[in-house]
Design a protein around this ligand. Structure first.
Ligand code: PMT
Length: 395
């Protein structure tokens, strides 16, 4: 499966099966690193897990020493998936609450990767109302629930609650990565704002955080694409496996895009590119001598339109940020800029659009309109990439 699995082992009797789980994941081609939750080392020897995974095992504690190596943020970024097996009732409850009280739970809060849990607990605990509510909370957040199995339990009782067998868990994790919709494709994404300098310390920009574009880059990588991310200045970290080109102004972004657009299969313009730039940039800081100041602006090139007008354009997806008549204006841009798809979002409110964790999109093509309701930008990006891949393969 050629993926990085971060295996979190919580303190349940089924933890003794995790060396076998690591081997089964390895047989499917996964690279595995292990984090032990508090007390999990009472049920499985860290040395066994180190031997089968080929990596030092991370303990539950977040110490200065552990953070100076591969700390919680590095681990959160490293993972293609965080798999918790066995997942006890306790760790499931703490995941629901978003606790960050030890390394494993902190990584779960910090990661953008999908999370899967393989519950393992006594059958009465599994049927407990709190456990049921917790499981549906996790499922509603998109956490993959693997199992549990029914049968005889370590305590002698019989019922639902046993952890699935390692081979079964490994196969199901492999199945989650069957998303090969963009394998072998090259995708270029623009993201973030541009900065149009007035003088060495001031400029004209906007509130784009880069979140939507970076989430699309991550989702395209998960779908197997080779991604080039051309990004304006942001305060967030780009996906580690994107080739990232940092730019400042619209002119820089235009040049960076044109530099390798002929190698791309798909172009997605998510950046909030300034339509105009000051005609001159002062070499020195502008002094406040005058009561009024007039800035003459000149139009920037339209990067998306230039890409769509190439002789052999890639499949072109635009974004439309509108404050009113969202779908009508977006349709206009789809026609005018000769795009294959346009993702229209309502901006100007406080819940979606610029700088918010969530977004809602109306995806418009010549023949279709698909409503994607408000949700986290990462989840939305996965759906958008799936729709883009579908539309791309139709042409
Ligand atoms: O970064 P976030 O905080 O997560 O916010 C995400 C977002 C709201 C910025 C994003 O979802 C979005 O809507 N991006 C497009 C913003 C925009 O500039 O829209 P527009 O309607 O002005 O431009 C239409 C399209 O033309 C866009 O694809 C834009 O990238 C492209 N364009 C615009 C002007 C220009 N000179 N060159 C361009 O390529």
């Amino acid at each position: 499966m050629n993926k990085r699995v971060l295996l979190g082992v919580s303190a349940g009797i089924a933890a003794y099966k995790t060396p076998d789980l690591v081997r089964k994941l390895g047989e499917l081609g996964a690279e595995v690193q292990v984090i032990l939750s508090k007390n999990a080392d009472q049920f499985v020897a860290p040395l066994s897990l180190q031997a089968v995974s080929g990596h030092a095992v991370h303990s539950h504690a977040m110490t200065a020493e552990s953070e100076s190596g591969m700390g919680h943020i590095d681990l959160a970024r490293w993972a293609d998936i965080v798999l918790i097996a066995p997942a006890t009732a306790n760790i499931i409850a703490r995941l629901c609450q978003g606790n960050a009280d030890e390394l494993l739970t902190t990584v779960c809060v910090a990661t953008e990767a999908p999370i899967a849990v393989a519950p393992a607990m006594n059958q009465q605990m599994w049927q407990n109302a709190a456990s049921k509510t917790n499981m549906s909370t996790l499922a509603s957040r998109g956490v993959h629930i693997l199992g549990p199995d029914a049968g005889e339990q370590a305590c002698g009782e019989v019922g639902l609650g046993r952890m699935l067998q390692p081979a079964d868990i490994a196969a199901r994790v492999g199945g989650l990565f069957q998303n090969t919709s963009l394998t072998g494709k090259r995708v270029m994404i623009t993201a973030g704002p541009t900065w149009e300098a007035l003088d060495p310390v001031r400029g004209i920009t906007n509130h784009s955080s880069g979140m939507m574009g970076y989430a699309l880059a991550q989702a395209a990588i998960e779908a197997g694409a080779e991604v080039t991310l051309v990004t304006g200045p942001t305060h967030i970290t780009p996906p580690s496996r994107a080739e990232t080109v940092n730019v400042i102004s619209a002119l820089d972004m235009h040049a960076a895009v044109m530099n390798s657009i002929d190698q791309q299969d798909i172009f997605i313009g998510v950046a909030a590119v300034a339509d105009y730039r000051p005609i001159d940039t002062a070499a020195e800081k502008i002094k406040k001598n005058a009561e009024q100041m007039t800035i003459t602006m000149v139009k920037n090139p339209d990067i998306l339109a230039d890409v769509a007008n190439l002789q052999k354009p890639p499949f072109c997806v635009g974004f439309a940020a509108e404050t009113n008549d969202v779908v009508d204006y977006a349709r206009g841009k789809l026609e005018r800029k000769k795009l294959d798809l346009i993702a229209a979002n309502h901006v100007g409110g406080s819940e979606t659009g610029f700088g918010t964790p969530d977004n809602a999109i109306t995806l418009i093509s010549q023949n279709d309109v698909i409503e994607l309701p408000k949700q986290n930008k990462s989840a939305l990006a996965r759906i958008l990439i799936a729709e883009i891949a579908k539309a791309y393969t139709k042409i």
